[in-house]
Design a protein around this ligand. Structure first.
Ligand code: CTP
Length: 406
């Protein structure tokens, strides 16, 4: 109950219809033991009165950059805060924050802080999907700002779609997670998790290979997240990068090597996460010496590689959770559903690798998760760590409800 005890939180509220839900966010932050200072924009007060926050919060509501007692309220607020959460965050506030424009106390405080910031967007779908808003969110995510939501559902005026403010419980859980970094829930303690990461390299000759653009970032984000939640992690990786503290890293190059290492590690695993981009074809007979230009254009004959995910799916031990990925360039949902059924996975995490700020090498991703029981979850653009967190939240919740797990 006192998970936020001793934490000084600035609660920014901007002018959207969802501002009424900020009252509940304020109450829940207070209930969690936080010291809460509300900062409202002028627009917010058209939807909800400052007196409500005055009564609920630790301090009176602040609104003005020009305070009689304190000539620089934004720096005082920004410097002393342990976290700033903006709920709801309108397109205007998101845009001003991304552009570094401080036109009121809330945006000035956001720019004057080095504390972690949690932005909870709420707006109509057309606005949420506008490229300017999407770019601003991507900019903030790249700067390390945490984004909670929005959800899909009923919007003001009876419309339906993406853009609804996350629930107050989810917002407070997001703040708790951000402030408790490193000491989050240990809900994967005792589980053995295998993650594959990176793209395989299939040799043509000793200096050339067939490869792909996978950076391994999403796989390592899963490894970091699972380890942070207490799991015992093994990473089978083509990338030269250390894993989280305590993790075992098995280095491989080819699909064949990845298949051998993953099959071995997966035998006793509770959760297997196949994030690697495995080549589907390899040269049948790689040359033992470098192919020379003077010998002309080589005819390279290819053969299929083992499909690691499909073979793990076919021999899955009871209770094991198998997560596959789908890198697509079109028809994402249909192709992902075909992979889910065809490979015997429990979940497929699918993304459009041609989408802006998502997929290969980016620090952010946007995915569709399909579960074998027919559920589908969209996880909007956010850091790869946050994508891993959302997927593992789902897996842990489902696993807790399953009778067949070990
Ligand atoms: N995969 C695998 N072994 C392969 C190819 C893919 O284990 N030889 C796994 C990937 O790690 C991923 C999933 O299968 O979890 C889907 O990979 P993807 O490249 O999206 O699809 P493919 O099955 O290769 O099909 P296609 O390339 O035709 O889309």
């Amino acid at each position: 109950m006192n998970s936020l005890a001793g934490k000084r939180i600035v609660l920014g509220v901007s002018g959207g219809i969802a501002a009424y839900k900020a009252v509940e966010v304020c109450r829940r932050l207070m209930d969690s033991g936080a010291y809460v200072i509300p900062v409202l924009t002028k627009g917010a007060t058209r939807f909800v009165g400052r007196a409500t926050f005055d009564a609920l919060a630790s301090e009176r509501t602040q609104m003005s950059l020009f305070d009689e007692d304190n000539p620089i309220p934004h720096t005082t607020l920004g410097q002393a805060a342990d976290c700033i959460v903006v709920a709801p965050a309108t397109a205007r506030v998101i845009g001003a924050y991304a552009a570094g424009i401080s036109s009121d106390l809330l945006t000035a405080t956001l720019i004057a802080t080095r504390a972690p910031v949690v932005i909870c967007p709420a707006m109509h779908t057309e606005m949420w999907e506008h490229p300017a808003v999407a770019d601003n969110i991507a900019t903030l995510v790249e700067r390390g700002v945490h984004i909670v939501g929005p959800e899909s559902g009923r919007l003001a005026g009876g419309d339906e779609g993406a853009g609804r403010l996350s629930s107050p419980a989810d917002i407070v859980a997001g703040v708790t997670r951000v402030l408790g970094a490193g000491s989050g829930p240990q809900d994967m303690a005792g589980l053995s998790v295998v993650v594959t990461a990176g793209g395989t390299r299939e040799p043509i000759d000793p200096v050339r290979f067939i490869g792909n653009h996978s950076s391994g970032k999403q796989g390592y984000a899963f490894a970091d997240e699972a380890a942070g939640r207490g799991a015992d992690v093994t990473i089978v990786s083509t990338v030269d990068r250390p894993g989280p503290p305590g993790a075992t890293v098995v280095s491989v190059d080819t699909a064949e090597e990845m298949a051998a290492a993953t099959t071995k590690a997966a035998a006793d695993a509770d959760v297997v996460i196949m994030a690697a981009a495995v080549a589907d074809f390899r040269p049948i007979d790689p040359a033992g010496v470098k192919l020379k230009k003077r010998d002309g254009v080589p005819a390279i004959q290819l053969e299929p590689t083992p499909d690691i995910l499909a073979s793990l799916g076919a021999s899955k031990p009871e209770g094991q959770v198998l997560i596959g990925f789908a890198a697509e360039t079109c028809d994402v949902a249909d192709n992902a559903a075909a992979k889910l059924n065809g490979k015997g996975a429990d979940y497929i995490v699918a993304n459009d690798v041609t989408a802006e700020n998502a997929g290969f090498a980016h620090d952010t991703n946007e995915v569709l998760v399909l579960a074998s029981d027919g559920r589908a979850h969209s996880i909007g653009l956010r850091s790869k760590r946050q994508v891993a967190q959302a997927v593992l939240d789902l897996v842990v919740a489902d696993r807790d409800g399953r009778a067949d797990v070990r």
